[in-house]
Ligand binder design. Structure first.
Ligand SMILES: Nc1nc2c(ncn2[C@@H]2O[C@H](COP(=O)(O)OP(=O)(O)OP(=O)(O)O)[C@@H](O)[C@H]2O)c(=O)[nH]1
Ligand SMILES: [Mg+2]
Length: 309
């Protein structure tokens, strides 16, 4: 029996539909058979990349590389340019991909941070579901004590997924909640602790200090923790995400990025901008829909393929 592409690839392709239409499709049109790789074509490609929020530096890099490789190989046709373009995009994205780190000995602690509404809590729930499916025990920490509804939202997730939730009264110190959660995880032999935090403006230094404190408290209680500080970025905000990444990186220290809401946006080029302008912070997971299975490990080759095919 012939094997088709795996189901997750289908979901990725479907999730990237808008990006495929508005970037991949136009790219294909621009690079249609017969077109010549000349200055006018490079200009069209530049416009496409900028519209996709790849940012000027990444765009310049990409097109410079395209022109260089075309020169070297003597390829002048648009078909050749398309293949080279896919190759360069996959390469640039590959430099950005990374897998989730884990503690040598449980519990592994993941901290989710980011500005308001980027998808922290839903990503946390999707991760919890994934770990449960792998047979691992999970504990959720409601360190978003800013809104009373936030802890409630987590409790609902906890009930749905059958995992315990550590919470305190609204207004409590988020670091105290994280501390309790790590203690509880150690006492109960839990495998994975997922810490939800309140959305915050990256420009508010007191809120950023609060996160830095939470991080320190967790590290003191469990050396090596948190094993990941995952910055959740909303792809629909385009290049704003780059600025958020820089500031969270400076004030809290970020070990990985979760890029959500890639479905329904044509601004996926922001991945290239992040790769170029926030080096050393890999993208670990991408969100391509609201369904429970729509949070996927970031696979750059599959991403480039889903964009072009
Ligand atoms: N389409 C789509 N929607 C998503 C994705 N990830 C999250 N969302 C939606 O984004 C909205 C906000 O998600 P939350 O998880 O509450 O965001 P948050 O970062 O926890 O928000 P605050 O706690 O208020 O800062 C919800 O409606 C989610 O369903 C995604 O990958 N694709
Ligand atoms: Mg939330």
């Amino acid at each position: 029996m012939a094997q088709g592409p795996p189901a997750w690839f289908g979901r990725l392709r479907q999730g990237l539909e808008k990006m495929r239409r508005e970037f991949g499709g136009r790219l294909k049109d621009a690079l249609a058979a017969g077109a010549r790789l000349d200055a006018a074509l490079l200009e069209d490609l530049e416009a496409l990349l900028v519209q996709a929020d790849a940012g000027i530096p990444a765009t310049t890099d990409l097109l410079g590389e395209l022109a260089r490789r075309a020169r070297e190989s003597g390829a002048r046709s648009a078909e050749a340019a398309r293949a080279v373009m896919e190759e360069i995009i996959a390469e640039r994205l590959a430099a950005l991909a990374g897998e989730l780190s884990e503690a040598a000995r449980p519990p592994t602690v993941y901290l989710l941070v980011g500005v308001n509404g980027t998808g922290k809590t839903t990503s946390l729930a999707k991760l919890a579901r994934r770990f449960r499916a792998q047979g691992r025990s999970v504990l959720l920490a409601a360190a978003d004590t800013f809104r009373a509804a936030a802890a409630e939202q987590l409790v609902v997730w906890g009930e749905r997924l059958g995992v315990p939730v550590i919470r305190q009264a609204p207004g409590a110190d988020p670091a105290a909640v994280a501390f309790d959660a790590v203690r509880a995880a150690l006492a109960r032999g839990i495998d994975v602790v997922l810490v939800d935090t309140a959305g915050r403006l990256h420009t508010r230094s007191n809120l950023m200090d609060e996160l830095a404190k939470l991080r320190r408290v967790v590290a003191r209680e469990l050396p090596g923790a948190p094993h990941e500080v995952l910055l959740v970025l909303d792809a629909t905000t385009g290049l704003n995400a780059v600025q958020q990444a820089r500031l969270f990186q400076q004030s809290v220290g970020v070990t990985g990025i979760i890029l959500t809401k890639l479905d329904g946006t044509a601004k996926g080029g922001v991945l290239l901008a992040v790769a170029r302008e926030v080096p050393g912070v890999p993208v670990k997971l991408i969100g391509v829909g609201e369904g429970p299975d729509d949070l996927q490990p970031f696979d750059p080759a599959a991403f480039a393929r889903a964009l072009f095919d």
